[in-house]
Every structure is written in C-alpha cells, then in structure tokens.
Design a protein around this ligand. Sequence first.
Ligand code: N01
Length: 536
Amino acid sequence: MQVVRERDALVIGAGFSGLYMLLCLRDRLGLDAEVLEMAGGVGGTWYWNRYPGARCDSESYSYCYGFSPELLAQWEWSERYPGQAEILRYLDHVADRFDLRRSISFDTKVVAAEYDAAANKWLVRTAGGDAVRCTWLITAVGCLSSANVPDLPGLEGFAGQWFHTGLWPQEGVDFSGKRVGQIGTGSTGIQSVPVIAEQAGHLTVFQRTANFSIPARNAPLTPAFKQHVKDHAGAIRALMVSTPNGHPFAINPRRVFDVDAAERERIFEEGWARGGLQFRAAFHDLLVDQAANDEAASFIKRKIRAVVADPATAALLADIDHPFAAKRPPIDSDYFEAFNRDNVRLVDVRADPIAAVTPGGVRLASGREFALDIIVFATGFDAMTGPLLRMDIRGRDGLALKDAWAAGPETYLGLQVAGFPNLFTMTGPGSPSVLCNMPVAIEQHAEWIADCIAHVRARGLRTVEATVEAAEAWGRQVAAAAAATLLPKATHSWYLGANVPGKPRVFMPYAGGMARYREHCAEVAAAGYDGFALGG
Ligand code: N01
C-alpha cells in the first residue's frame, strides 16, 4: 500500500453533505481538504436513485442550501417537489459555482480507515489500493446509501433483468411491453409504481406491509410563487430552523381532540388538499398520542377505500399495521389510483411470502408463480449505520467500528464515536438527520464540525474525541426522545434497523426535533465542547 498524499482533512462522499463540508473546510477554514467519492459525479443519493418517479418529498424551495443568499436568490426550482434530475442539476451547479470539483476525487471508493495514534493521523484506503493520510476525517456518506437487496434463493439464476432502485442504471430501464414485478411499498415503491405502470405491459406489486401515503399535489411553481419565495427568503429560512422537522411550514398547535369531529374532519381535509408532509402538520399531537393518530389513520384509510375501485385490493392497501407517520410517511402522485389500471395487480406477500426467484419469475410459499421479465427491488437500505459499517473503520487500539456498534450505534450527538478521535459522522445515527428536511440537518452539522475543528486548532490542540460518558448519556437521550413518540411502534421500520436481518434493533435517529437539537449542539460548543476531550 502506497501513501499517495497527505491532507489536513478528508471528506468521504460528495452529496449534499460532502459538498458543503468541503466548502466549509477548504474555503472558510483554509484547510487542505479533499473529498473522496465513489461515484463518477457529485449528488450522492441523487446520483444513484434514478428510478422512475424519483422525487424529493420536501418542498423544492426548502430542499436546498441556505448558506448563500446569492445562490438562494438565483436558483429557481420548477416544481413544488424537485425530481431527481433537477436536484442533480442543482448539486452540479453548486459544485461548479463554488469551484468544488477540483478538490474531489471521483471513482474513488473508500474501503477502510485506520487511526494511527502515534502520528494522530487517519490512514484512509481506497478500493484502488491507494492510501491518503489526514488529520480530520469526516464521513458524508448519507443515511440511505447502502442498498438492501433481500437474500432470495434463486436470484442469481433469474433469466430476466433485476434492479435495486437505489442503484439504478444511468441509461434507464425500458419497461415497454414487459412483465414487471416490484417488491416493496415504501416511499420509493410508492413513487415508482404509477410511473412503471404507465410504461410496462403489466406490473405486479408485491406488498408485505401496507403503507399510508398522502397525495403530493405536485405541480409546476407559478412565477408569483417563485417571486414570493425570493421576497421572503429570510423569513422562510427562519421558519425552517424553528420547526422540529426543518420544513417551511408550521405545525398546527392544536391537538386532535381540542376540536369536535366536524372541525377535525375539516382540518384533515384541508391538510389532504394541501398535500405532502403538510398533512402531518394538521395537528401537533399526531405522533405522540395513539388516539389522535388513530383519527388521522382512519381518515387516510377511508381515502384509500374511496380511490381504489376493487374492494379486495382496497382492503389490502388499507390494512395498515402501524401508526400514521411512525414509518417515514410516503407522499405520492397517483399511487392508489394506479391499482385501478387493468395492467396492475397487488399481491399480498405477508400472507404468502416470496419463497424464491425462479428463472422465469417469482414463486411464493404457497407455490403460486408469477412470470416476470423484470424485477424491481424497492426494498430500501441498510440505513444510517450501513454506509459507515461497510467501510472497515478502526479507531484507537484498532477498535473496529463494527465491534464498537455490535449492540447498535452509540454516538455523541450523532457527530462522533468514543474511541475514534477526529472522526466526524455527518448526519450519523443519534442525530435528527432522516427525521428532518435533510439539507437543514446537513448545514447545521457541517458548520458545527467546521467550528469545532477551528476551535481545536485555534488553541494549538490536535484532537477532539467524544467521551464514553457523554456518548452513553446521549444514547439515553436518543432512546428517551424516541420513546416519547409513537415512532418505535412501527416495529418493522428501518428507523429501528428492523428491515435488515440480524441488525440490532435500536431506534437510530434523534427524535427530539431539529430545533432542540441545534440548541443543544450550540450549548455544547459554548461550554467549550462539553462531552468532548480536546487533546494536545
Ligand atoms: O425503503 P423502505 P424505501 N419481501 O425500507 C419491502 C427515503 N426516501 O427505499 O415494510 C417483501 O421504506 C418493505 O416491506 P416491510 C425515505 O426516508 C425518500 O421505500 O419491511 N418486501 C417495504 O415495503 C424512505 O423512508 C423519498 O414489510 C420486502 C419496502 O420493501 C427511505 O428513503 C423517496 C422485502 C422497503 O421500504 C427508504 O425508502 C424514496 C422482502 N424480502 C425514499 N424486503 C422522498 O423524498 C423489503 N421489503 C420522496
């Protein structure tokens, strides 16, 4: 192994987080910083997830960086929710505008990183066999970037084509006239079904868990709305940083049972008409009070039954076993409507699980077979910990991250792991990340990390490392924040790691809200980085 270069700082990943982290380190702190990115371009999630219908569920004008007023003023989104191609164009634009590309090594996959205590350096190894040394190592690998393909017997012998939505071919997939089977009905599957249904000869949707979904009500943004966003940019950003989820709309302060049944229905209808995640903001107790949540759930189930013509299909789609929004609530464009098409059928694989992939399609446990030309795995990700653990990261005394996290991830603020000095994990487990509009969470992390590094350097120190006590205490706070909500009641959700066989069941994101988390991080910094050991 050859050490090819030395850097002050290395960032792994060139998505939303890596790009801004690079800008903070290189242009604000003046460090010699480099990003290592396994893809051939910037974009992270939006580079890989090119599946039909891929679109963000945050409102476009809030799904962007806020650090540059000029960038905010100049970039114009075309639709209420940005599609994958438009987000990728935006990130390409950011990379060019801030001259970031010259500090990014593309097609460079990091496979390992080891801390050398004597030199106080991280040695980062790439799949190409190179090694780069750095003082500061920041992972910006995303929370949903490690594809989860179920281990189905026979897949390797499938005569047709198969794809995971998170590793979609750049050239696209031609579904015309094809018999397609899609496994998975999470946010991704719910987006892809209507689009694939329009293109394919026939689509079979294999549903293991029925899911809530709210109509997105996507539409082009009007010139008047675009102007409104520009004129009120400051107020919009202020609102976004004050809300628990970082979105640009407030949550109704009323509780579900503060109003009578007729008023409740009116408010739910209003939220339904506004669409998207704004429905969840209809009342403020939907995620903490089961009875309140039941009201929202029953409203949505009535809507599903009203849309889907075939009663048996409608019953299966509305047979939802978890509280509304306890799993990430998908938003859709004509998902339930797609089941009224002649070329779409729904198959219940909870009652009759998929037993195997055969050369010609899929076989269920009952022996029922489905002839397929293409299988689409919309089966999600090994979330949050997966992208970190697929690299061999070793801290002090060779401690492997996978061993440190054998019982589940433990971090301090989702930013650092005890025993791994100078390693920062952007939007890591234990931070709000996936429960927040991601760019808001990302910007806070990048700025906090840059400030922390600047603080250490300004004092002539060389290391910062979360203490064991602080990490344990934070772990208790993360667990308590989740327990105060209905989120853990979705016992099969990826928030809990339950979608990956053998993964420890730990509620991973911090559910106490982005605004509270931001305040807490600021207090920690103001107290001289309380809970972190700063070393010489
Ligand atoms: O993944 P998921 P996703 N047999 O894990 C099923 C973000 N996102 O890619 O629930 C049969 O949610 C699984 O069934 P079950 C967003 O944060 C955002 O859809 O485990 N089925 C489930 O139905 C989201 O939450 C956007 O029983 C199997 C599905 O596959 C996250 O990404 C868009 C199976 C996986 O759902 C992940 O969403 C898209 C098996 N063996 C994604 N294995 C927007 O911004 C798994 N499943 C709009």
